[in-house]
Structure formats: structure tokens, C-alpha cells
Design a protein around this ligand. Sequence first.
Ligand code: ZN
Length: 405
Amino acid sequence: MEKGINQFDQKHRNSWLIKKHLYLNSPISRVEIAHDLGLTTPVITGIVSNLLADHVVREVDEPDLVEAKGAGRRRVMLEFNPDRYYICGVDLSPYHTNYVLTDLQGHTLARRQTFRTLDEYSKTMEQLEQQIPDFWEECKIPRQKLLGVGIAMPGLINGSEGKIYTTFKEGWTQSDPAAGLEATLGTRVLLENNVRAKVICAEIFDRMVKSEPFLYFSISYGVAMQMIIDDKVLYGDSAAAGEIGHMVVQRDGPVCPTCGGRGCLEALAGERAVLNRCREAMEKNSGEHLWQLCSSPELLTMDQVLQAQADGDETVETMIQDALDYLGIALSNAVNLISPKAVVIDGRMFRLEKNQRYLLLAAERNMFRVHTNRIQFTFLPFDAYRGARAAAAVVVKDYLYNGIK
Ligand SMILES: [Zn+2]
């Protein structure tokens, strides 16, 4: 998606700004768009007529104004037609592979949870080649209404090239699943890092990016932080920006299972680290309450760990507080570096309100005072399908940016 942003000519830039503004602020009039963006009405009209011709945008009345002004001239408003296109979003996560169908506005219309992502790349591709059309059939939407397929997964991923540099599965490195799937499925397929997809989802589908810099802190199996600065999602030179999970927070700390370094945030916090510590406790017979909730350490889930914490298990409480301390340090480091206006925090751990409070206290202890009470922190309700919906948002943003390919 970032590809080409530097060669952006003015026309393309205006087209992107107009489409995005219309999308995020529907219903809106041509005059309002021109006013908000400082562009002339003919420029708006040119772009809008193409969208109207494709039925992706439609004209609607503004009823309130008509009533308020009595016989006054009605103002024609423009809005995106959510049913013009539909998108299939796929989340290849370490837990499950999730599918969603969304409309153009990001409403989820169908969901499906399937197999756990397989170790073998070729087998996973086979599953996707079979399951994506299967899911689409089940949704009963005409083929010509499919805008594209978005795939989100953790790892160093170059979305514009569709290439995986590294991910949680060995042997997937340097593979190009988007190109292969595009050929088989006959539709546009876009690949993106899962947390970068979520920040795009917050921007496009959820209209959450009201002020910047905007940080999206995701604590799942791994830990990452993606951001929007100056209207751009940060990719960095090697599409590796945002890997806060590999920020060192403890000198000579435990080995990080993802990057091999020592004392990374992911080795000390995040769901994988918490689950590993709880499993060790079970094996040493100190996690008595965990044994009541789960028959074997290998089967232990994060939901059970959180249940044990909610039930007052002190061992689990200490482990989670430890993890939150490290997450708080990392968050304060990011705040001190970027000086954000808004931070969104997404993680199953924060289902428990006390974990939200504890994280913010840990972060505030280490932040520059200048940030106190200036940053808006928002905890998102946990949604197992957010990654799949986010993958769909990547396709919609690409459509707004590039049009139909
Ligand atoms: Zn690491």
C-alpha cells in the first residue's frame, strides 16, 4: 500500500484525499468536501462522478436540512454504498485461522473459524485455496461483488510486495502467498502484518484516528505496536517498524523465542510468555487452581489463565502483574519516543479491568511528566475476529488509494 506514495502525483493525491474524506465522513456534500480539503468543487466533481458511475457512491437527501428550512433548496449529500462490494478477510493467527465477510463499510456479515495455521506452507496454501471460495459460496454473494481478499498474519511482512520476510512459522520465509492465491482465486489478494492491519482497521472501518500520532498496542500471542504519523502508517525501511515485542526490557533476560535475542518484551510479557510461565507452575505443582481449570499444561489457554486470576489465584496474579510491568515499561518508552496523542490498547488480558489500571500505572510511572493527562488511552473490547476484519480493511484502504486493479 505504501508503494508508490513518493511518486504520488497531485491528481492521485487529491483523488485519495477526496475518497478517504468522503468514506470517513459520509454522508457529506461536495461543497463540504471542497471546504474541508481546501480544493475546488470541479476537482471534487471529477472524482465523484467516477464513483457515482461505478455505483460505489450514491446521492442521498439530507432530510434534517429539508425540514429545518421548509421549502428551501434540498442539498444533495454523497455516501458510500456499502453493498457495492464485499471483502473476505482472513487472519492466520497462531491460535486459529479466522474468516470474515464484510461490506465496504466494515460491517461483519459472516464469520468462520477453521484450522490452526499449519507448519507447512504449501499445505496452508492448499487449505486457503479451498476454504476461501468455500466461505464465499456459503455467503451467497455474487462473484463480481468480491473486491478482494485480505490476509493478516504476524511477522515481518512487506504488504506492497505481498512477501513474508519472517513469521511465526519456520519455512515460510521469502514466500509470496498473495501472488499465488491471486492466480488461483482470480481476485486481488493483499497480505499485511496483523497489527498493521489492525491500525488500518482502526483508521478506515472504525474511524478511530481522530488525532495523531496514533499508536495501536497489541498484546496477543506476540506483542507489537503499529502507528499512524502524519496520515501514514509507519512501515520503516524494511517493513519491520512497530516490532516493540523485540525491544529489550531486561538486560541478559530470557531468550526470545521469536528473534533469539535476550530480554525482549515478548520473552517476558505477552500471552505466550504468560502461558509458558503458568505451564511451568503447573508442572512444578504450584499452580493448583490452574489444574482445577485445565487437565494438562499443554492444553492451558489464556482464557483459563484469566479465569484463575479473576478467581484470586495469587501465583497467576503475580505472573500477570510482572508481565504488565514490562508492558508498561515498553509503553512508556514508546510514549517518550513518539509523544502520541492517542493510544489504543488491544489484548485479551484487559478483559479484567484491574489489568487495564495496572498497565496504565506501570506506564505512567516511567513516562515523562509532560505526557500525564494529555494522552487518550482506549482499551478495545476483546474480539477474536478483529484480525480477520482488519485484513478486510486493508483491501478497502487499498481500493480507496489505488482504485480497482
Ligand atoms: Zn525478540
